[in-house]
Design a protein around this ligand. Structure first.
Ligand code: B1M
Length: 206
């Protein structure tokens, strides 16, 4: 088993301490932080996603897995995001109201920060009023929203309307598993399927 496979398996098993130890050993051995994320932590979380969908894993195990992934992310994140800090613009981002999923959104945050954006992360379950307030306060260039539930993605349109009504001149970006490019187009937002594409599109907009 490679170090990446071990990291992935420890994430699936929710073994936070083992994830931390394996990553520290991998870094000491000169492994690349981006590979640790993509081939280890995210690969593990992808397996968790498949198992959850097939009812082979349940909520408490998924939570332990995501906690282990976040513990790993805490170690590797500073190694890839703090290299060249230059401010391309400000992004205000959150998971929409009623939605507690933040793993994907946090990856988007990380990629945006790595690309050189200042990111104001509103967390999960974010009401439209908070998007408006923080976008104004931070003079946002981009307002970005994540949703993972078909029942919560509809809030995105309301958030965009509320921001526009408040006179906020920003671009709007959306993403999350249930979204489609057609839906994004309908609500006048820019869609990205994954975190890397989101950072690329944000750069294009700016
Ligand atoms: Co939930 N969950 N969950 N869950 N969960 C899903 C999303 C689901 C598809 C599982 C399933 O049934 N197969 C399903 C949604 C069905 C639907 O509506 N279409 C579901 C459900 C139903 C629920 C609950 C209702 C379950 C229940 O309680 N009965 C409940 C809802 C809670 C709530 O939000 N109110 C719930 C709860 C949870 C946990 C708390 C246990 C946990 C979340 C932990 C956390 O986030 N802190 C959880 C998890 C982990 C999942 C799955 C297994 C994995 C999601 C994930 O993190 N994926 C998920 C099943 C699946 O996706 N296969 C599932 C890994 C992540 C890297 O990918 O989030 O897609 P993703 O992010 C990607 C892209 O989407 C994109 O980039 C990211 C990285 O490349 N992206 C953006 C995301 N946001 C973006 C924004 C952008 C651009 C790109 O621009 C702004």
């Amino acid at each position: 088993m490679s170090t990446y496979e071990r990291i992935s398996q420890f994430v699936v098993d929710g073994k936070e301490d083992d994830v931390i130890n394996e990553i520290n050993n991998a870094l000491k051995a000169g492994e690349d932080a981006t590979n640790i994320i993509n081939k280890g932590l995210l690969e593990g979380m992808a397996i968790v996603g498949e198992k959850f969908a097939k009812s082979e894993m349940f909520v408490p195990e998924v939570l332990m897995a995501s906690r282990s992934m976040n513990a790993g992310m805490d170690i590797v994140k500073p190694l890839i995001s703090d290299s060249e800090i230059h401010n391309l613009g400000t992004v205000v981002i959150g998971t929409v109201k009623g939605d507690l999923h933040d793993i994907g959104k946090n990856l988007v945050v990380m990629m945006l920060e790595s690309a050189g954006f200042k990111v104001v992360n509103l967390g999960v379950d974010t009401a439209k009023e908070e998007f408006v307030e923080k976008a104004k306060e931070n003079n946002a260039d981009i307002v970005a929203m994540s949703a993972m539930l078909t029942t919560t993605m509809a809030h995105m349109e309301d958030i965009i309307k509320a921001c526009q009504d408040a006179g906020i001149e920003a671009k709007y970006m959306v993403g999350g598993a249930p979204l489609t490019p057609a839906y994004a187009e309908r609500i006048n937002a820019i869609y990205s399927a994954d975190a890397s594409t989101a950072a690329l599109k944000a750069k294009e907009i700016i």
